[in-house]
Design a binder for this molecule. Structure first.
Ligand code: HEM
Length: 523
């Protein structure tokens, strides 16, 4: 009967629910965006993409973003996908507030993607007391005192790159990226688990590398997906994780394999302890040893296998690749750095920390090439963001704080902050490590980062767990390489560019990842 009359109560109810949901969503959005409506920003070329393609798919990272920052200042409004307003922030006071304030969380897109990549109990996926407990358990292994134990493993990785470079000296140019990548994964597997990547298993290392690539991949589809992903409820993500697509199947396989390998490592160490063997120096051993006091369960520890490998691998390797590239572009500085390295005698952690040029160089590379150039957060409560420098709104008002509503998406322009001319000087876009020695680095307002007032390692409760290890790794490997080899740019247009929005990576003109350099043995 209903059918004959053309009336279907189920369909009508569904339509009504859809209309009410759309109305509520629009009302929440209008309410949310009202507070930032008068903040100026670039025009949007498309409703579907907003400014997101310009932001994330630029040929050279920052092509649009750094220009917008110069035009609109350190806080501006940007169109996200489907007409949504985002707040873009690189003002130091605002960054410090957001990084350290409980009213901001990882955006739903980032948080849900991290759950696809890593175990739900891993440190990046949890908050509050549980997150603090995990940090307390891991901190000793990543503390200033803890990382010293890994110097022999880092030295070994450096010597292996030296051997590989010695074998490549007859080539016109060498792509240093794969060599640095191998060194970096050796460091993290030794530091975290006390084993080589081979002992971890080629299949796992390959999957972990592809998982990291997936996280860093950007195209038009992923831009739209990022826009949509922020609006999908958690249960849609959970259901989607089960879909039989090739990419998701690989993520599932990676997670299962990581947990299995993590459990095997843990069981191996527990069995060695039962036989009365001395615990090794790696992070898993230290935590298990402390676990006699109940710090972390075996399952909680095993849940961190893939996070430690992925977070600690290409991040350090890409930073060092950008570093060697800048040394090739700046031969005078390279010579001065080499003189410092070769005159500083036997290297201990204290000696590395006392080398002014080496440390200035590492800070300058992290400033110019923060591997995570852009972070996304969501306000989980209404709040007011204070600014270091007040801004003019499009209605002509001058404001020194910005009220934001719950649900507001905020983009943190980390690379943009670190290149802001008003803070770092007119040469902010140039490689000038001497700024750190001459005190011309930005020091006025703290941004909440742990190293050089930079946000390359982020800050606040989710500050990079491995930042001290990453700095030590760079000190040791850069000293090993620059002490023994010279690096020059190759002939022709073969100079790397920086690409990528989620993760910065050096790319060749072909678009593939790589830094090709002419390498010669010095001593
Ligand atoms: C130059 C190298 C590195 C850079 C630039 C870097 C950068 C970052 C950034 C920006 C975050 C914050 C992500 C977020 O919450 O949105 C982060 C988190 C993290 N990093 Fe690093 N990282 C580096 C090396 C390492 C290394 C060597 C490890 C060692 C395992 C590591 C382990 C982690 C972990 C476990 C987290 C999550 C911390 C938490 O959520 O509490 N990172 N890193």
């Amino acid at each position: 009967m209903d059918h004959i009359l053309g009336y279907n109560p189920l369909k009508s109810a569904a339509a009504l629910i859809a209309v009410i949901s759309a109305f509520l969503w629009l009302r929440a959005r209008v309410r949310r965006e009202r507070t930032i409506r008068h903040i100026a920003g670039p025009p949007s070329p498309s409703w579907a993409f907003g400014n997101m393609s310009q932001l994330t798919l630029a040929e050279q990272y920052g092509d649009s973003e750094f220009h917008w920052q110069r035009t609109y200042g350190p806080v501006y409004r940007l169109k996200g996908c489907f007409g949504e307003d985002h707040l873009m922030v690189s003002d130091p006071g605002a960054l410090n507030f957001i990084v350290n304030n409980k009213s901001f969380h990882h955006s739903p897109m980032f948080a849900n993607f991290m759950k696809l990549l890593y175990d739900k109990r891993s440190i990046i996926n949890v908050r509050g007391d549980y997150h603090r407990r995990l940090r307390t358990a891991f901190n000793p292994g990543f503390s200033a005192g803890g990382i010293r134990r890994y110097i022999p493993a880092i030295n070994k990785a450096g010597e292996e790159i030296t051997q590989a470079l010695d074998l490549s000296l007859s080539l016109q140019s060498v792509d240093v990226c794969p060599l640095l990548s191998t060194a970096s994964i050796c460091v993290i597997t030794q530091a975290a688990f006390g084993c080589t990547p081979e002992e971890l298993g080629a299949e796992f290392v390959e999957i972990a590398t592809r998982m990291a690539e997936m996280a860093g991949h950007e195209d038009k589809g992923s831009v739209l997906w990022a826009g949509l992903g922020n609006r999908l409820p958690g249960w849609v993500w959970d259901t989607m994780a089960l879909l039989p697509t090739a990419g998701l199947a690989e993520l599932r396989k990676g997670k299962i394999l990581a947990k299995q390998i993590g459990r095997e490592i843990v069981q191996g160490k527990l069995s060695a302890a039962r036989q009365g063997l001395e615990p090794d120096d790696d992070i898993f051993s230290q935590i298990l040893n402390a676990s006699s006091g109940g710090v972390l369960s075996e399952e909680e520890l095993a849940a961190h296998t893939s996070l430690l490998v992925i977070a600690g691998h290409e991040t350090s390797a890409n930073t060092m690749a950008f570093g060697l590239l800048e040394l090739a572009r700046n031969p005078e500085f390279q010579d001065s750095l080499r003189r410092e390295i070769n005159s500083s005698g036997e290297k201990t952690e204290a000696v590395y920390n006392s080398m002014p040029l080496l440390n200035a160089f590492i800070k300058e590379i992290l400033r110019l090439f923060p591997i995570v150039p852009l972070e996304e957060r969501i306000a989980i409560a209404d709040t007011v963001i204070p600014l270091t420098d007040s801004i003019n709104t499009s209605t002509g008002d001058r404001i020194s704080e910005i009220p934001v509503r719950k649900g507001q998406i905020i983009k943190l322009g980390i690379a943009a902050y670190q290149r802001m001319e008003s803070l770092w000087g007119a040469d902010a876009g140039d490689f000038n490590p001497y700024r750190w020695i001459q005190g011309k680095n930005y020091q006025k307002d703290a941004v909440g980062g742990p190293y050089g007032n930079l946000l390359a390692f982020f800050g606040g409760p989710h500050v990079c767990l491995g930042w001290r290890l990453a700095v030590l790794e760079m000190q040791v490997i850069i000293s090993e390489l620059v002490g023994k080899f010279s690096f020059k740019l190759p002939e022709g247009d073969n100079v790397a560019r920086m690409r990528g929005a989620n993760v910065l990576q050096p790319t060749l003109p072909s678009g593939e990842k790589g830094v090709r350099l002419r390498v010669a043995r010095i001593i």
